[in-house]
Write a protein that binds this ligand. Structure first.
Ligand code: NAP
Ligand code: MG
Length: 528
């Protein structure tokens, strides 16, 4: 197949970033890493572009973004093909989980950001009587650094760029090296429709050169360890960060769940994207009375999955994206086996699917809650199943995790599902579904504990890319403040009485109001 070679301006002597098809291990292209001076220049140019862009009304920014949406739609096959090729996921997955969510997200924010970012009035209660008002205005952060992972190499950076731009920022993206070509393509899609120059730039390499710059905000998606390093580096300049890190998502199957549907969802949630989703189903807790039926259904379905090259339309599971992640999953499952896990299917590599990083979809039982495979993110195609006896135990097990990205509860009793959802410590809890809400541009994504800081998507995600600017207006231009010099006994009385007006009990309020009125006269007199 054709090779892609991409060049960045200042080439320097650094080794090229080589991109491979993880299914065939063929080299598919190279990208030149950006040098430190490339990155410094990119940030510098972004600053100029951002200042001009911030002056563009939000509605007008939306018109540019809708052109990006249309350009992406016109190119969706080419984009999905490259994602599949470089990441390993089936092309259908590249379309529904990478490309379509971006089309949907741009459409949403281009049309709704004007409303979501609109000024709002703040009710300042008694201060209004002094002819004051307050409003909240959303100002852009400035130049935003976006650092993104290889598992969703398109949807994550393209979505963050859209939100950053709608909020009035310029974006400098540093994509993962394993999917550097898709990173370039993100830049190409944004820069093909006449967006102002240097508003969206892509720099390539390790990320350290970007972190060395003074940025106004960092939107990082990746692992917990690197997230902590990013936060430490950001502290040097007190740069605010949004960190979208890992997950170890639990799925609770109640006794009354639709087992057929739940088994299909567990399998999809665990094995799609070869399990390399931050919101993969990583732990199943199933009620002991239905555990056998549920496990049998999962096994029947798993054995029918077809593994192979992502561009083959008859393939369900592709190769894993990186050698490093593949080696980790092999080792993690081997350790679970050594600890005594029962591997019902899979548990080994799949050389028949191709020379690349193929790991068979793996279902296991008899695993301990405190084992590595139940506590540490696997990020691979594995599904450990554990039984529980009552709902309280299920909730306790689900919460026994250092992560909190997504969780799911499966039951026909919606009221009970919702009640259990409220007890789970997690950024998202789905009742009768798993994992997919990253595709809903309208809803927030992220979570507590090691899952990170802040939210992406939805109103909350958009506002991450803004600074709130409070504007306070005093229309009473003819009078000094009542609390300014000179201090007098009347002034003292005024504030004591005003305080009393907030006391419960009508008698106190009335005494406070009378006292305040009396003192007000004295205070005003002393001021003039
Ligand atoms: P990663 O190793 O943390 O890398 C993420 C990004 O950071 C890559 O672009 C990487 O570049 C870059 N990077 C690495 N070290 C850096 C440093 N010292 N300074 C600046 N940048 C640096 O994560 P990954 O292996 O690509 O992705 C898997 C992880 O992402 C999983 O833990 C997964 O759960 C998480 N994830 C979370 C979400 C979410 O929304 N919460 C979504 C998707 C993935 P290189 O790759 O070129 O080294
Ligand atoms: Mg990595």
């Amino acid at each position: 197949m054709a090779q892609f070679v991409l060049q960045h301006a200042d080439e320097g002597a650094a080794a090229l970033i080589e991109s491979y098809d993880p299914a065939t291990l063929e080299k598919i292209g190279t990208v030149r890493p950006s040098s430190a001076s490339d990155v410094a220049q990119a940030v510098d140019r972004a600053r100029g572009a951002q200042a001009r862009w911030a002056a563009v009304p939000v509605v007008e920014r939306g018109k540019y973004l809708l052109r990006v949406r249309d350009h992406l739609i016109d190119n969706m096959d080419r984009v999905a093909t490259l994602i599949s090729r470089e990441n390993g996921k089936p092309k259908q997955e590249a379309l529904y989980a990478d490309v379509f969510p971006v089309i949907y997200l741009i459409d949403y924010f281009a049309k709704n950001a004007p409303r979501l970012l609109a000024d709002s009035t703040i009710d300042i209660r008694i201060w209004r009587f002094l002819r004051r008002s307050s409003l909240l205005n959303r100002a852009p952060r400035g130049v935003v650094g976006i650092i993104s992972p290889w598992n969703f190499p398109f949807t994550i950076p393209a979505g963050e760029i859209c939100m950053a731009l709608m909020a009035g920022n310029a974006a400098v993206l540093k994509p993962a090296r394993a999917t550097a070509l898709v990173g370039e393509l993100v830049g190409e899609i944004y820069n093909s429709v006449g967006l102002p120059e240097h508003l969206v730039q892509v720099v390539q390499g390790s990320g350290s050169a970007l972190m060395a710059q003074k940025l106004d905000f960092i939107a990082f998606t990746g692992s917990v360890d690197v997230g902590k390093q990013i936060m430490q580096q950001a502290a040097r300049n007190l740069t605010p960060v949004m960190l979208e890190l890992g997950g170890k998502d639990p799925m609770i199957i109640c006794e009354d769940a639709n087992l057929e549907v739940a088994a299909a969802a567990a399998m999809w949630g665990a094995f799609s994207n070869a399990g390399q989703m931050c919101s993969s189903v990583e732990r199943v807790y199933v009620h002991h009375k239905v555990a056998d039926t549920f496990t049998r259904l999962v096994l029947d379905k798993t054995r029918k999955l077809r593994q192979g090259h992502g561009l083959d339309p008859n393939v369900d599971i592709g190769a894993m994206c990186t050698q490093e992640q593949y080696a980790y999953v092999i080792a993690q499952v081997d350790r679970a086996r050594a600890q005594g896990a029962t591997i019902l299917t899979g548990g080994e590599t799949n050389p028949a699917a191709g020379p690349g990083y193929f790991y068979k979809p793996t279902v296991m039982t008899h695993v301990g809650q405190d084992w590595e495979c139940m506590q540490d993110e696997t990020f691979g195609p594995t599904l450990p199943i554990v039984t529980y006896r009552d709902d309280a135990e299920a909730v306790r097990l689900a919460n026994d995790s250092k992560y909190g990205l997504c969780a799911s509860v499966w039951t026909r009793n919606i009221r009970k599902g919702e009640a259990m959802a409220r007890q789970i410590v997690s950024g998202s809890v789905l009742v009768n579904d798993v994992a997919f809400t990253h595709s809903l541009a309208e809803t927030p994504w992220g979570g507590p504990k090691d899952t990170g800081i802040g939210r992406t998507h939805g109103r909350e995600g958009l506002l991450e890319f803004t600074e709130s600017r409070h504007i306070h207006i005093n229309r009473n231009t003819g009078m000094k403040n009542l609390w300014s010099f000179p201090y007098t006994p009347a002034g003292l009385q005024l504030f004591k009485s005003t305080g009393l007006m907030f006391r419960s009990g009508i008698r106190h309020k009335a005494r406070g109001a009378r006292g305040a009125l009396g003192a007000l006269r004295g205070t005003i007199k002393s001021q003039f």
